[in-house]
Structure formats: structure tokens, C-alpha cells
Design a protein around this ligand. Structure first.
Ligand code: ADP
Ligand code: GLC
Length: 484
């Protein structure tokens, strides 16, 4: 099967969050399962072309794409996804992608990704690479299913179907309706309550949901949640209308990069058998963070985008009480200023207890995951979440709110005495969060119970094998919808 995977970010080239982890590892897993995969991403100036030996595709230079009436040129570059045979194609358009940022609030944010999507389809034709499947991810790629049906419904793509994967329904690609005319999709198709309109605006994601042969999201629970008013962000109706074509597939993790026995970024590698070595990671990290080390003081880790979604409001009412306990917290994150300030403030207020790193730092993310005893993820909503899975693999016991992918991957030891791997709470409520942390702190003192929980987490199989084969089944289902 020939797959074209399209994403606005992909690890190791460029990353802001979990979408990059998925776009860097699912294509590789598909290739390992026998698919032929080409991955398309924008050629941002943040991408290090020397490091990845990115080269121009000589035949595809200065190709014209129309954005409304404006003519914009793009060129194509290519490299291999490191360690795989997957071809990666980079859409080069310096005017749009040389902004020192992946996402912007610039007035032409819509144009950047309208160009990207058109350029992907034009490149496939120029490369004579007719895929069976175009797998689109999030709003930056959500118009492709519509383009395939409307503007590119030609002989070349006659056997091509599209899949649209929702990684986060809150990011919808919502623009003023005048933006629709920049797409050059049929002008009359923009109608109130139609495939493109939401809240009197133009919504990229609605088009993806409406036109893709199959819609997926990144966990079974989130697939249910987004069909409700609470989580659907206005798209619950259109998702309900596609419920027979909506699937939730939990993400896998890259078990070469996120594996405590192989991880090159941590101080000391370990497995469950050599679990005693894990503590060396805690010792070193605490030393580097200028916090005192004590074996019996549990270290609570946080690695996150600092965004509303992640539920950090829950800390404020309980922080003082937490600080009275025998524990330490190390938080790594960046994003919204109010959360950055909040974590900076609690570091200042409780200097021996809390340390905050306001930055994006992949190496530190690995070090915190390996060093911590407990990992905190009280998300308001979480489509899948990768950090709780990383923690489980590193024997770092997660405390999470039971939502989306967190509900699908973390089982509370009280509820599941034989297979529990962490601690969960249901309501978006500080008291519940506090009592889940308290339960974790109490269990931490009971070493044999603690090691049982650790073991259940470390033995979970989160490799991509099973999720990749579920995607292949979905691709086959989508292909069976082709009408000859
Ligand atoms: P989301 O995509 O919503 O941010 P995920 O849990 O799916 O959440 O994925 C987040 C990814 O980004 C993980 O790989 C995590 O380690 C990484 N990450 C988040 N914040 C930081 C940070 N400040 N520094 C380094 N890595 C980070
Ligand atoms: C989004 C979600 C996160 C998910 C990631 C990868 O960023 O917020 O929960 O793990 O996409 O699918």
C-alpha cells in the first residue's frame, strides 16, 4: 500500500508537541509493516538542512500555486526519515515558512497552510507518486480531503482516498469566511451549516471531517468524548453524522527513543531488573537542579506544553498543602505566560521543593521522566497524551485525570489491583487531584506495592506495532469505499 502522510510537524526535524512524535514514528512503523510511505512537512527555517542532509528535488522548482488570485511559488526538498527508508518531502516557500516559528498568529496563517496542502497534491503529481491513501493530520492538512473531491478529482488521484486524524479538536483552523476564497475550492460550496462553515467562519477541520473517507482520533475515549457538547468544540454534530466512519486508535511511542534501557539522554540506563539504577538519574538531576537528594523524598515530575488543556489550574488551591508534604517537584514547560509565571512563582516561594524550567528542552524532558518517582498530568482534556506512556515505560508512576487517552492508558491501582499502573481521578477538581497525589505518596512508602505498580507500567506494550496494524485496517476500509 502506498501512503502519503501529511503533517505540519515531525520529529526529529521540527516539533512543538505530540503531533511531531506521531508523525516521526507512525510513518516508520507503517513502512516496517510493508507500506511504502512518503511524508510531507513544510520546510520551516527551524529545520536544520545540514544535519538531515536535505537536498533539493531538481525537477520541482518554482512551481506556481494560486492562493485566491495571488500566485505563490514553491520548491520541493527531500531527505530520509533518520533510521528508516521513509522519504520525507519538504515544501519550501520561504515567504510563508521562514518565520522562526511553526505556528503564528500572523494575518496569513491560513495562506501558509493552503499553500502547503496544494503544494503536497501538486508535488505528488509531479513526482508521479499516486498514493492509495493520503493520511492528513490536524487542521493544517484538513482541506486535502476536500481538494481531492473538488479540485483534484482527476485521473491521477482516481484510486486515492483520504484519512483525517484529529489530534486535538480545539485547534480547528477557524478563519474569517473571506479566507475560503483563498482556497479556490468551488465558490458556491461555502454555505451556512455546510461542510466548511462553523460559527459564521471558515473551518478547515469541518472540511476534513466532512470529506475524508475515514476520520480517526488518537484514543478510543477521545473518539467518544468529541461527539459530546463538552469536548466537541462545536463539531460534535458533524462528528455524530460521521460516527460510523469515526475510529479511535491510541498512539504508540517510539521505543528506540523513549526506552530507559537505550535512552542516550539520561544519566543511567535501567530496566525493571536493574531498577535500582534509576535512582542515579534522580540524584544527578536533583544535583543539577540545586535541590537536595533524599531517597525517601518522592520526586514529582511535570513535562508539558503550558496550555489551558493541561489542567494546571488545579495546582493553585492545593499548592500550599502540597508544599508541606515530604516531596519535591520539577516542572519543565513553556507556552502561555500565565502558567509560566505561576510555575516560576511557586519555585520562588518554595525554593527547596519546587524547581521550574521554562523552556523547550528535549534532553531535560528525558532526564525528568527517568529521574521522577511520580509524573503529574491533570489534563482538562487529553486526546491521547504521550508523556504518561513515556512515564509508565520509565517506571515513573503517573497521576492523571481520567480523560481521553489518559483514561485509556492509566489504570488506578485501587480500581485494578492486579493490573493497576498508576493513580487516576475523575472530576476536574483540585480536591480530587490532591487525594490522588496523596494516595500515590502513601503507596510510595510501601515499597513492595510500589514496585508492583512500577512493574505493571514498565511491562505495558506501547510500541507502534499494534496501532500501526489498526491504521492499516482502517486504510483498507477506506479503500473499500472507492466507487469504481
Ligand atoms: P501535546 O501534544 O498536547 O503537547 P503529548 O503528551 O502528546 O501532548 O506530547 C507532548 C510531547 O512534547 C512529548 O514528547 C513531550 O515530551 C514534549 N514536550 C512538551 N513540552 C516540552 C518541553 N517544554 N520540553 C521538551 N519537550 C516537551
Ligand atoms: C495532540 C494532543 C495530545 C496527543 C498528540 C499526538 O497534541 O494534545 O494528547 O498525544 O496530539 O496525537
Amino acid at each position: 500500500m502506498k501512503i502519503c502522510f501529511v503533517s505540519s510537524e515531525s520529529d526529529p526535524f521540527v516539533k512543538t508537541g505530540g503531533l511531531a512524535d506521531v508523525s516521526g514514528s507512525l510513518p516508520a512503523a507503517l513502512e516496517k509493516s510493508g507500506c511504502e510511505v512518503a511524508l510531507f512537512v513544510p520546510f520551516y527555517d527551524l529545520i536544520d538542512s545540514g544535519k538531515f542532509a536535505i537536498k533539493p528535488v531538481i525537477s520541482i522548482r518554482n512551481i506556481n500555486v494560486k492562493i485566491g488570485n495571488k500566485e505563490v511559488l514553491f520548491s520541493l526538498y527531500t531527505a530520509k526519515l533518520p533510521g528508516t527508508r521513509v522519504d520525507v518531502y519538504f515544501i519550501d516557500c520561504p515567504g510563508y515558512f521562514h518565520r522562526k516559528k511553526v505556528y503564528t498568529n500572523d494575518a496569513d496563517e491560513d495562506e501558509r497552510f493552503i499553500l502547503f496542502q496544494n503544494a503536497v497534491l501538486v508535488s505528488l503529481m509531479q513526482l508521479n507518486l499516486a498514493p492509495d491513501i493520503i493520511h492528513c493530520n490536524d487542521w493544517q492538512t484538513a482541506l486535502i480531503p476536500a481538494y481531492l473531491k473538488k479540485n483534484f478529482n482527476n485521473d491521477f488521484f482516481r484510486n486515492t482516498v483520504s484519512i483525517f486524524s484529529i489530534h486535538n479538536i480545539a485547534y480547528q483552523g477557524l478563519f474569517d469566511k473571506s479566507s475560503y476564497f483563498k482556497t479556490n475550492l468551488p465558490a458556491d460550496d461555502f454555505q451556512p451549516m455546510g461542510h466548511y462553515e462553523l460559527y459564521d467562519k471558515f473551518c478547515f477541520v469541518k472540511a476534513g471531517i466532512s470529506f475524508a473517507e475515514i476520520v480517526t482520533t488518537v484514543s478510543p475515549t477521545y473518539a467518544e468524548e468529541i461527539r459530546t457538547d463538552e469536548f466537541g468544540c462545536g463539531l460534535e454534530g458533524v462528528l455524530e453524522s460521521r460516527k460510523n466512519d469515526l475510529y479511535g486508535i491510541i498512539n504508540g511511542i517510539n521505543d528506540r527513543l523513549w526506552n530507559p534501557s537505550l535512552d542516550k539522554l539520561i544519566f543511567k540506563n535501567y530496566t525493571f531488573k536493574t531498577f535500582g539504577e534509576k535512582i542515579k538519574n534522580k540524584k544527578e538531576l536533583l544535583k543539577n537542579s540545586k535541590l537536595e537528594f533524599s531517597e525517601n523524598t518522592p520526586l514529582l515530575g511535570i513535562v508539558s506544553r503550558f496550555a489551558w488543556q493541561k489542567g494546571f489550574e488545579l495546582f493553585e488551591p492545593i499548592m500550599e498543602k502540597l508544599a508541606e508534604k515530604n516531596l519535591q517537584i520539577i516542572a519543565l514547560g513553556e507556552g502561555e505566560k500565565k502558567y509560566e509565571d505561576y510555575f516560576r512563582n511557586i519555585s520562588d516561594k518554595y525554593p527547596g521543593k519546587v524547581k521550574t524550567f521554562v523552556e523547550y528542552n528535549n534532553e531535560l524532558a528525558h532526564k525528568i521522566t527517568a529521574a521522577s518517582d511520580i509524573f503529574l498530568m491533570p489534563s482538562k482534556y487529553e486526546p491521547c497524551g504521550l508523556n504518561q506512556m513515556y512515564s509508565l515505560q520509565y517506571g515513573t508512576v503517573p497521576v492523571v485525570r481520567k480523560t481521553g487517552g489518559l483514561a485509556d492508558t492509566v489504570k488506578d491501582i485501587e480500581e485494578y489491583p492486579d493490573e493497576g499502573n498508576g493513580f487516576t481521578f475523575s472530576g476536574f477538581d483540585s480536591k480530587q487531584f490532591y487525594s490522588a497525589i496523596e494516595r500515590a505518596l502513601t503507596c510510595f512508602k510501601d515499597k513492595s506495592l510500589w514496585m508492583k505498580i512500577v512493574k505493571q507500567g514498565m511491562k505495558e506494550d506501547f510500541s507502534w506495532n499494534s496501532s500501526a496494524s489498526k491504521y492499516i485496517e482502517i486504510y483498507q476500509k477506506a479503500l473499500s469505499k472507492l466507487i469504481f
